[in-house]
Every structure is written in C-alpha cells, then in structure tokens.
Ligand binder design. Structure first.
Ligand code: LRH
Ligand code: MN
Ligand code: MN
Length: 388
C-alpha cells in the first residue's frame, strides 16, 4: 500500500467544484419538483454552495451557467462568493434554450443564429473577466434528428469557425474546455458526440483548449477510464463533469450507480498525474438532485469523489507495475482490488479532523440548522435552469 502520509497530502490538495444548478429545483421533462428553501437567485445558490465547502473543506468553487445565473453585476456576484468563502469557477455557456437554436447554435445553417450564439460565448468570456474565472465550459446541444436534415461536414466547419473566434478572445490563463455527449437532444447526429471530435477541435485550437469528460455522456459499456488515460497522456484532459447514470444522462450523484467505475477513473487520473500540481484537471460535479435534498446531495457527492480518490491513491503502484511486468494477471488485478476494497472512511475522517472539520460532514450539516433556516427564510425558490 502507498504511504498514508502521501495519500493524505494528495487528498488535502484535491478540489471539487460544485455547480450552481445543483442547488435549484430540477426534474425531468415530465416534472420539476419544487423543494422548500431552494435559492431564489444566484446569490443564494452561492450561499448554499458555501455550506458544502464549509463542511467538506474541499469544494471552494462554484460553476455558473449563463443565462441561468444572469445578474447585472458579475464582479458583485464574485465578491459575494468570496464573502461566503467560495469563488466562482467555470462559466458554462447556455446556447440551447432559445427558440432560435431549434436547428442548432454555432452549427445552425442560418448565419444570423450562429452570430447570436457566438456572441453569447464571447459575452461569457466577458463574464469570466469580471469574475476571475479561468474556464469557459462549452457544451453544444447541436445536431440533427433526420438523415439529410443538414450537411454534417458543413456543421463541423461552422463549429470550428465559432470555436476559433472564441478561443482568440481568451486572455492570460483562461481556457476553453469542450464537452462532448453522444445523444440528446439531437437523436440522429450530434455535432460534438465523442471525445475524438472534441479532442480534434481542441488540438487545432491550441494549448488552452481541453476536453471535458462528463461521466454521463457515453454509450452504455464505454470504457471511460481509457478515455481519461488517453487524454491525460496527450495533455488534453481539461475537466470532469462528475455524475452517475443508470440509463441515459441521468445526472445522479457521482459514485451512486457505479463506485467501482469512479475508482477506475480516479486510478487513471492518479496514474496519469492528473492530481499533481500544475496539471490543471478540474474536478467538477454536474448533477441535479430531483428528489433528494440538494445541499446534502452535493456533500455526499463530494465525499464519494474523495473516497474514490483515496482508494486510487492507495493503489500500490510498485507492486502493480511489478505484477504487470511479470505478466501476473491475477496479481495485478489483486493489487487494484485491494485498494478498491479498503475502507477509506476512517482515513478521510482523520483528514477532516486535521483540517479542523467535523469527521462526518453529512451529520454536521444536518445538525447545523441551515436547512431549517433556509426553509423558513426562502419562499418561491428558483428552478435549476431546465425549462426555466
Ligand atoms: C449537458 C450538460 C452540460 C450542461 C449541463 C447542464 O447534458 O452535461 O454540461 O452544461 O448538462
Ligand atoms: Mn455536463
Ligand atoms: Mn449532461
């Protein structure tokens, strides 16, 4: 086993970003369920996110989604975040909810719609300038529903053109991170359906363009850890959108459906140096808590990522390499399984105590009275965004 001192040191530095939309009401296309006490505006979403950080100690940043989190003054929003003990993280551009985007945003056959979509992406970079955010996170719902509907190849040209314009607008350490998804809402073709497409576009753009792996965006059975290993090796893994799925893009709590998959992913992250300082892999959650309370849902998710990370860090790299080199199939597999089967909860509880936190963040949050307070104070909470 790896030394627990080294494991703790690595766990101390890991940061997990929570999404503003996880704190608002959400649901499916059938029903958005209203929960009591949910935030009524982006300021209250940040206050809730600050609770997740206060009890876990490892979630100090929050992703925004524009225009779901539209405010008049983004510098004031960023200051409010800092006052609460968090910072604003990635800015997600929403070019999928206007009627104009029915046939696509940056890949739309109509140049007027493409201009509108690209202008929104550029506006998101202005927002990043005001908030101090590093990452512009792009996911396009663009695609077609029927064979022949549009020219697949021309849509790639339009996408490349828009991405190049936005990339040229970035300054300093700002990054463009591009997310893929193989289906939904388009059902025949999707313009950025897979990591290969995202990777090819990022490669053309340059060093500050990287790929986002959303764990819910693959066909069933896809070996996500292979994708992670490959992208890390190429220096092109920009970020994760963590969540779990049983069927489609379910956005359930990360580690809930398949904690072993999460461990395998984190093993490749550790193996590829993705936790090392300077590699810039952002660990973000992209989840919706449709039926469970939202703040505890986020706390649980952060803990699930930490547990998978701790297990991955415990893999005895030397023993694994020796078994692999010797062609010892069962021995190598046993090294991984030993780490996976370790109960890391006591280690994480000790780590939290070292950081001056309660060892059980779920219990500490429940005892804090925050949930009761927001239920009493907030009436008429906002939707997360979908259908808003
Ligand atoms: C698309 C997606 C993308 C969006 C988020 C709300 O399915 O994963 O990351 O920004 O959901
Ligand atoms: Mn996502
Ligand atoms: Mn998704």
């Amino acid at each position: 086993m790896a030394s627990t001192t080294a494991v703790r040191a690595a766990l101390r530095t890991q940061r997990i970003e929570t999404p503003s939309w996880a704190y608002g009401n959400s649901g499916t296309r059938f029903k958005v369920f209203a929960q009591q006490g949910v935030p009524r505006d982006p300021f209250e979403k940040l206050a809730d996110a600050a609770q997740v950080h206060a009890f876990t100690g490892v979630a100090p940043s929050v992703s925004l989604h524009i225009p779901w989190d539209k405010v008049d003054d983004y510098a004031a929003l960023a200051k409010h975040a800092r006052d609460q003990g968090v910072v604003i993280g990635a800015v997600n551009a929403n070019v999928f909810q206007d009627d104009d985007y029915m046939l696509g945003s940056v890949t739309n056959p109509d140049p007027r719609v493409r201009r509108k979509a690209t202008d929104h992406l550029l506006e998101c970079v202005d927002i990043m300038d005001a908030t101090g955010s590093r990452d512009l996170k792009l996911w396009f719902s663009d695609g077609t529903n029927y064979p022949g509907q549009d020219d697949i190849r021309a849509r790639q040209d339009r996408l490349a053109e828009a991405l190049a314009e936005v990339y040229a607008r970035l300054t300093g350490d700002q990054r463009l991170i591009l997310e893929y998804k193989f289906f939904e809402p388009a059902f025949y073709t999707t313009d950025v359906p897979d990591w290969g497409t995202a990777y090819a576009h990022c490669l053309k753009l340059g060093d500050r363009a990287k790929v986002v792996v959303d764990t819910g965006h693959h066909a069933p059975g896809t070996n996500i850890e292979f994708i992670v290993a490959f992208l890390l090796r190429e220096g092109k893994l920009g970020a994760f959108d963590f969540n779990s799925r049983f069927y489609a893009d379910d956005d359930l709590m990360v580690g809930a459906a398949d904690p072993f998959q999460l461990f395998r992913i984190m093993h490749e992250v550790v193996r590829g140096g993705g936790l090392d300082a300077g590699t810039e892999v952002a660990f973000m959650l992209d989840q919706c808590h449709n039926i469970e309370p939202k703040i505890p849902g986020q706390i649980r998710s952060v803990m699930n990522v930490q547990e998978a990370t701790a297990k991955a860090l415990l893999v005895d790299a030397e023993a694994l390499a020796a078994a692999q080199q010797a062609g010892d199939v069962l021995g190598a597999n046993a090294v991984l399984m030993d780490a996976y089967n370790t109960d890391v909860r006591p280690l994480l509880a000790e780590l939290r105590a070292e950081l001056g936190l309660a060892p059980d963040p779920m219990a500490a949050y429940a005892a804090s009275g925050y949930a009761e307070r927001i239920k009493a104070e907030r009436v008429g909470g906002a939707q997360a965004g979908w259908g808003a």
